[in-house]
Design a protein. Structure first.
Length: 207
């Protein structure tokens, strides 16, 4: 990573914090959206031809969105992998895009970043601050205590239980994990009649 290029990228991310920020719910920004405003995917003014494709063609660029520490870091890292593969980013590109996307409390990690910080080191810093590992017991306690709310549908309960399982047992797979998820889902119903109806279907897992 060259010191000049990295410094420019990082200084650009700092100045950009005072400007309008992208919607956090939109992690990927395609070049199609940029074409409508006459800008490149990086926000630089330029002709649509520079984006590499006519209207209706496959998007040529996926832009990494923002991270402020309030959403699961693991999901954001998966999206980073997608952008890296799609855009053919280098390690230096990853550092620049991660830094540019940090907002709110997540910006505090910038105090631990310098011109020689690699993408792996930056990700490890984020994991130490915002990763799921330190919150596993909290997620497992929330999973055990989860109960169906008045008026809540079985589908909504299922979606939330799947989400809590992904946090409480991240990366774990297999029969034991599936059986645990099924039992906790049945307990969360908190309704003996409904529980029995589900058991009558002889499910092997939560799905």
């Amino acid at each position: 990573m060259t010191q000049t290029g990295d410094s420019e990228c990082r200084s650009g991310s700092s100045s950009g914090q005072a400007e309008s920020r992208p919607n956090q719910s939109s992690w990927f920004v395609t070049d199609e959206a940029a074409q409508s405003t006459g800008t490149s995917p990086d926000g630089v003014n330029g002709p649509p031809q520079a984006l590499g494709g006519s209207a209706g063609s496959k998007p040529k660029f996926l832009k990494l969105g923002t991270f402020n520490g309030s959403t699961p870091l693991e999901a954001c890292l998966i999206k980073l992998q997608g952008c890296t593969k799609y855009n053919a980013w280098s390690a230096e590109d990853r550092v620049c895009h991660i830094i540019a996307g940090l907002e709110g409390p997540a910006q505090q990690v910038l105090y631990d970043v310098n011109d020689s910080t690699t993408d792996t080191e930056l990700i490890n810093i984020l994991k130490n601050r915002f990763g799921n590992a330190k919150k596993v017991e909290q997620h497992r306690a929330a999973l055990r205590a989860r109960r169906m709310k008045p008026g809540e549908s079985l589908q909504d309960l299922y979606v939330d239980m799947k989400y809590l399982m992904s946090l409480a047992y991240a990366g774990e797979r297999g029969v034991v994990c599936e059986s645990l998820a099924k039992d906790m889902f049945l307990d969360a119903m908190d309704n003996p009649q409904l529980r029995q109806r589900v058991l009558d279907q002889q499910p092997n897992n939560i799905d």
